[in-house]
Design a protein around this ligand. Structure first.
Ligand SMILES: [Zn+2]
Length: 376
């Protein structure tokens, strides 16, 4: 039996931000906490959002690059102190994931760890959550329509929290907010969207609607990402990438795969701090090579979606795309130390995304993948 669910309220398009006050009102929300990060504030984007609100809203802007349980506690304290009744998340996946965790912990008993997917916590997450509106300022994570939040716990584990109740009530996707995103961050977040579409499509679960969305998102992203990177002011390219990211987020309920299973523990490292999308971009070629023989018919459809010849090499295409976008070629080039790999292999095996990789992977397989990704 397969669970297939699709219904998320999305306001999409240039100027969509103007819907915010109305959307809050429709949710009965009067006192939102704004959750964002300092970069979004410095870029003036938080001010553009708060200008749409009828009154003053408290702002929590201390979201770290990879959201942590400690940041969640600080934001939750602000939520309670300011008597908030809802959350507006503005930013990339980190701010949106943090907002989901805050919504969870202000409405459910602590500790957070008991709700982690791999600990069977999904069933403990109920509908008793305050409303969340997600406003992405990058085109990549798809967290604005996703049911997962990735949080690094106090003990260093980066765990996934997964429940339909974590899906934001409304996503406001306004590509104008991404016009100023720097080229490298555009590239890295765009490759995250591409990894969502590819991994979801290759997941063995049965969900043809997700497959169709994934292939459409993939075509859109490979067509428009180079332009969004080289000409950031191009609103069409930005809009197409925001749609591709949204599509990646809509379909990854079908499950991801080894790319994310490997990037999650790496993203939990204290040092170096590693960007999720960049990690996925760098890891993807090795995983695509290892999975090829296990999903041949699907690789033919991937080739068609990205415009490759029938004999084309999907892994080489992704590696070339990374290079042309100025992304690093290997984990070593990102500064990943070789001595952390045994711990990363452990983390990858236990990660919730590993179960839906088309080829079942052993510790030895993950070791091969990490070594290849280290070398590029
Ligand atoms: Zn991702």
């Amino acid at each position: 039996m397969d669970l297939i669910t699709y219904l998320t309220r999305i306001q999409f398009g240039a100027g969509a931000l103007s819907c915010l006050a109305n959307e809050l009102e429709m949710l009965g929300a009067r006192a939102p906490l704004i959750i964002t990060d300092r970069g979004v504030v410095a870029a003036g984007l938080a001010a553009r959002v708060t200008a749409m609100l009828p009154g003053q809203a408290p702002i929590f802007d201390e979201t770290p690059g990879n959201p942590t349980e400690a940041a969640m506690r600080l934001a939750a304290a602000a939520y309670v102190r300011e008597a908030c009744d809802s959350i507006v998340a503005i930013g990339g996946g980190s701010s949106i994931d943090l907002a989901k965790a805050v919504a969870l912990i202000v409405s459910h008993p602590e500790p957070l760890a008991q709700y982690a997917a791999i600990l069977g916590g999904g069933a403990r997450i109920t509908a008793a959550m305050p409303p969340v509106i997600a406003i992405p300022t990058t085109a990549g994570t798809g967290s604005e329509v996703g049911r997962a939040a990735l949080i690094t716990l106090d003990d260093g584990r980066k765990l996934g929290f997964i429940s339909p109740h974590l899906i934001p009530n409304v996503a406001i996707c306004d590509p104008e907010l991404t016009l100023g995103l720097p080229p490298l961050l555009t590239a890295a977040t765009g490759m995250d969207a591409i990894s969502h579409c590819i991994e979801t499509f290759l997941s063995p679960r049965f969900n043809p609607p997700a497959d169709a969305i994934a292939l459409d998102g993939l075509s859109r992203a490979v067509r428009w990402l180079p332009q969004a990177v080289s000409d950031g002011a191009n609103l069409t390219a930005r809009s197409e990438m925001m749609m591709a990211a949204l599509q990646g987020g809509m379909c990854f309920q079908k499950g991801l795969g080894a790319v994310h299973a490997m990037s999650h523990p790496l993203g939990g490292l204290e040092t170096p701090r590693l960007h999720h999308g960049t990690l996925n971009a760098v890891i993807m070629p090795a995983v695509l090579r290892m999975n090829a023989a296990y999903a041949e018919a699907k690789y033919a459809r991937l080739r068609a979606a990205i415009g490759l010849e029938p004999e084309g090499d999907v892994a080489a295409f992704v590696a070339d795309l990374n290079r042309s976008l100025g992304l690093p070629a290997s984990l070593a080039a990102m500064g990943v130390p070789a001595d952390c790999l045994p711990r990363m292999i452990e983390g990858a095996i236990r990660d919730h995304s590993s179960a839906t990789n088309p080829r079942p992977l052993t510790a030895a397989d993950y070791e091969t993948l990490f070594r290849q990704a280290m070398e590029g």
